[in-house]
Design a binder for this molecule. Structure first.
Ligand code: C2E
Ligand code: MG
Ligand code: MG
Ligand code: MG
Length: 281
């Protein structure tokens, strides 16, 4: 057994391993002060209508402007935030910042445009998300129908009933709910039907596979049709080349997001873009 094996195992740490452990400890320590030091920023990636190419929404993506390490991607610190419980205050900051920002752009006259916020399963477990979202909507006066909460498919299908209950309660506040990275977990249709979902975000791997051959194509089409068959909208993530967009357009995918269309941008860049459109359009 693994226990017996453990007894005879020689544990050692290479310098690289030590370095990694130290770096992780350092990051966690810094993470504790990052909020008060205002080191987090949100970038926003436009989501476009495949048919009209118009921007229909923006996804808020957190970055950490570390004083010495530079800009850190969420994949490197969200897991640490989850393990330390810091995801609770950080998650609240994300929702509030995104809603204030969105309300500001609404006031600028950008038209109906939703804002998507990623929710980690730890936020649903450890925080009272219904209360947090309700208070934030009141405080920012953002139209609830313009807020979308993204939860991953893993969260949606593997969690106990109270998560499903929480999602229904959130939905009652008037917000939209989407399933992020959809297609990777083979969700059953009946499970999906239980959830109050408006949209699925097709995982990048399917989008990237569409140009690889008929079998990969068939899977992507299957994902789109599955979602459509139960009345959900579909957005494709990670569109990187023209052919992928063309493929999606032909298969009546509703919306798309990816580097081929727009990179995630700072609030200033987004605002500059909007100002340009207002001036020229
Ligand atoms: P996600 O929600 O699936 O977000 C999409 C990720 O794909 C983003 O990475 C985005 O920058 C990247 N991306 C966009 N277009 C393309 C493309 O064309 N090609 C490729 N290869 N990638 C593209 P990012 O910003 O590093 O975020 C990674 C993940 O971190 C997110 O995945 C999300 O799960 C999580 N995350 C980001 N912001 C937050 C947040 O505020 N709260 C929580 N809880 N999680 C967050
Ligand atoms: Mg997302
Ligand atoms: Mg995703
Ligand atoms: Mg993801």
């Amino acid at each position: 057994t693994s226990k017996e094996q453990g007894k005879n195992q020689i544990h050692f740490c290479t310098p690289e391993m030590k370095e990694k452990i130290n770096e992780r400890a350092e990051l966690i320590q810094d993470l504790h002060h990052a909020l008060e030091r205002k080191e987090f920023v949100l970038h926003y990636q436009p989501q476009v209508s495949v048919a009209t190419k118009e921007i229909v929404g923006l996804e808020a993506l957190i970055r950490w402007q570390h004083p010495t390490k530079g800009l850190i991607a969420p994949g490197q610190f969200i897991p640490l935030a989850e393990q330390t419980g810091l995801i609770k205050p950080i998650g609240r900051w994300v929702i509030e910042t995104a809603c204030f920002q969105s309300k500001h752009w609404q006031k600028m006259g950008v038209g109906k445009m939703f804002i998507s916020v990623n929710l980690s399963v730890e936020q649903l477990r450890k925080d009272n998300m219904v209360e947090v979202v309700k208070k934030t909507l009141e405080k920012t006066k953002l139209d609830p129908s313009l807020l979308e909460l993204e939860i991953t498919e893993t969260t949606a299908i593997k969690e106990p009933e109270y998560i499903v209950k929480t999602l229904h309660d959130l939905k009652e506040l008037g917000v939209a709910i989407s399933i992020d990275d959809f297609g990777t977990e083979y969700s059953s249709l009946s499970r999906l039907r239980e959830l109050p979902i408006d949209r699925i975000k097709m995982a990048m791997q399917f989008v990237h596979a569409v140009t690889k051959g008929p079998k990969d194509e068939a899977i992507a089409v299957g994902v789109i049709n599955l979602a459509k068959s139960i009345g959900l909208k579909v957005i494709a993530e990670g569109v990187e080349i023209e052919e992928q967009l063309a493929f999606l357009a032909d298969r009546i995918c509703d919306e798309a997001q990816g580097h081929y269309l727009y990179q995630p941008m700072s609030a200033e860049e987004i605002e500059g873009m909007f100002m340009n459109q207002v001036n020229t359009g």
